[in-house]
Design a protein around this ligand. Structure first.
Ligand SMILES: [Zn+2]
Length: 98
């Protein structure tokens, strides 16, 4: 049986160009995207220079988790690359710039 229940997804439209070609990036995916490259770079640096650079990796992951918590889910338009946030209501009123 291959009759999967299709969830009635709301079609998203770009606020800028009204294109339905929107990509939704979930929190996990956003985090992976943001984390993989710096982790690889840190690992390469650690191999080349000193293993102490491996200590940056947990920090990077933690930092990207914090960023992902704020920004994800992220919605990107394929047509005009306009970014919009999935849940603007979740924005905190006060920004803590660190
Ligand atoms: Zn657009």
């Amino acid at each position: 049986m291959s009759s999967t229940k299709e969830k009635n997804r709301r079609t998203l439209f770009c606020p800028s160009c009204n294109s339905p070609n929107m990509i939704v990036i979930s929190k996990a995916r956003y985090m992976i995207m943001m984390t993989v490259l710096p982790v690889i770079v840190s690992a390469v640096i650690a191999v080349m220079f000193h293993p102490v650079f491996l200590l940056f990796i947990p920090g990077l992951i933690w930092m990207n988790k914090m960023i992902a918590d704020r920004k994800a889910p992220l919605i990107i338009c394929r047509e005009c690359q306009a970014h919009s946030q999935g849940n603007p209501a979740a924005n905190r009123a006060h920004d803590t710039n660190g």
